[in-house]
Design a binder for this molecule. Sequence first.
Ligand SMILES: [Zn+2]
Length: 142
Amino acid sequence: MENVENRIGFCPNCNHELTVPANLTNFSCMYCGVGLTQNDLMSEASVFDAAALEDVNTGIAGCILDNKDLMKSFNRQEYTPSFEEYCEKYKPLFISLNECYTAAAPNEREDLKNNAVKAFMDGIAADVSAALKPNDAREQIR
Ligand SMILES: [Zn+2]
């Protein structure tokens, strides 16, 4: 006969849904193994804004690629105003990335960070490789 109620909650480390006997004080997450108590369980899964993250990953290489002219003014005479302009322009993108990161479960953050770095590096690599190819070679590939 079932006389112990189960409690459903979310692991604060990996975000998986857990069903735990309500009278169990200490237990481990069956997905990530982290030690938990009833107080640690979250009533809702943590969610980050996937569309905002997609926008970040789409635009992140642009902080270099779209600012080649502006970066020419990162010199001794114009550094302060031009760098301030640059920071203001990209502050929203990095605030958005940070919001996604902090809203994600800790176990999801490494992937989230690696994907942003990959999007950045892929964008730069594509630009460099396009610049290195002679025009005629580029046309032959197409
Ligand atoms: Zn877990």
